[in-house]
Design a protein around this ligand. Structure first.
Ligand code: ADP
Ligand code: MG
Length: 345
């Protein structure tokens, strides 16, 4: 009978690729805890994000490769995850900061930020959500949290929590729906405080809902926060293209890697199954081409998205079987995969 060795297992697994990172699992250091007991092998595959869209495929590929090793007749695979950290982020136990931006307001930036955060939690990640939209801080409403918990003396500011996401909003400070006038320095210090003085704890991803647009305020914000990657939300309309293109240029100018483009309100599905493209088409694709980044999702127009936003119950929780919720979950996985690809280089 052939004796099974760790070397033989590793050799077999060095032929298995992570389809997204396009490197083999052994050189990516993803194979841990190999245990051999006669003809039985147990091991852990440590993915670079719990929100890995290809988890099942990788598990099957590993299983096949190990079972093909001479002498092996059973394999027990544990799937784990360790999110790689962006080294630019110092002083905080936050691994990646992902900003959601848009050229103009009303395109669904906050809707995407909120559902992205909740979907990443659903996948098993540790997530925070920072509402930095000084013009319309509506994350509290969308997440159904309106106050912060009391902060004990001598402790950092405690964030609110909803759906497993730690939430901080400029709206908690000034009251929702109140118009705000911010001057640069004040904004800078407020954002710095939100990052450094809030008790975020350990996070895999901090999602930042940026203010819409690309003025000085946005620019200084992007400079203040060490952003690991940016997501840009747009609609299919041609008229929003110029605004969105400016958002792409802003990220590029600040050296923020663009994870991808999200086209929201892409279509409305009618009762008979046909699609109405109320806002035209092509905007997302065109922007992705201009940005040199993938179009990550086309989100349909759905009543449950709007209702979820108004009622403080994001659609990925409130109506998880709806087409929009499935699209948003897929988006979260693509964002996580792109983020780890960029961090690992
Ligand atoms: N795909 C969608 N289908 C239906 N309503 C949507 C959709 N995306 C956003 N909305 C609604 O449109 C409004 C604006 O979205 P919001 O996320 O607040 O935009 P932004 O943050 O870009 O200003 C909200 O009421 C939201 O619920
Ligand atoms: Mg908003």
């Amino acid at each position: 009978m052939t004796q099974v060795t760790e070397g033989a297992i590793l050799k077999a697994l060095s032929q298995v690729q992570d389809p997204e990172l396009q490197r083999d699992l052994v050189s990516l250091n993803m194979i841990k805890n190999i245990k051999i007991d006669g003809s039985k092998v147990a091991l852990t595959v440590e993915l670079t994000t719990p929100a890995c869209p290809l988890k099942q495929q990788i598990q099957r590929d590993v299983e096949q490769a190990v079972l093909a090793v001479a002498g092996v007749d059973a394999v027990d695979i544990t799937m784990g995850a360790r999110v790689p950290e962006d080294k630019k982020i110092t002083d905080m136990a936050i691994k990646n900061i992902i900003a959601v931006g848009s050229g103009k307001g009303g395109v669904g930036k906050s809707t995407v930020a909120v559902n992205l955060a909740v979907a990443l939690v659903q996948c098993g990640a540790k997530v925070g959500l920072l509402d930095a939209d000084i013009y319309g801080p509506n994350v509290p409403m969308m997440m159904g949290v309106h106050t912060l918990p009391p902060t004990p003396q001598d402790m950092k500011i405690q964030p609110a929590e909803a759906f497993g996401v730690k939430v901080m909003s400029i709206g908690f400070m000034v009251g929702e729906g109140q118009p705000l006038i911010w001057r640069g320095p004040l904004l800078h210090s407020a954002i710095k405080q939100f990052l450094q003085d809030v008790d975020w704890g350990e996070l895999d991803y901090l999602i930042v809902d940026l203010p819409p647009g690309t003025g000085d305020v946005q620019l200084s914000l992007v400079q203040t926060v060490p952003i690991s990657g940016g997501v840009i939300v747009t609609t299919p309309q041609q008229v929003s293209f110029d605004d969105a293109a400016r958002a792409v240029s802003m990220f590029k100018k600040m050296d923020v890697p663009i994870l991808g483009i999200v086209e929201n309100m892409s279509y409305l599905q009618l009762e008979d199954g046909s699609l109405r493209r109320l806002f035209g088409e092509g905007g997302g694709e065109q922007l992705a081409g201009m940005a040199g980044a993938p179009l990550l999702a086309n989100i349909p127009i759905e009543e449950s998205i709007r209702e979820g936003g108004d009622q403080g119950s994001p659609v990925v929780v409130g109506d998880p079987n709806s087409p929009s919720a499935k699209t948003l979950l897929g988006l979260a996985m693509s964002v996580a995969a792109r983020m780890s690809m960029i961090v690992l280089g």
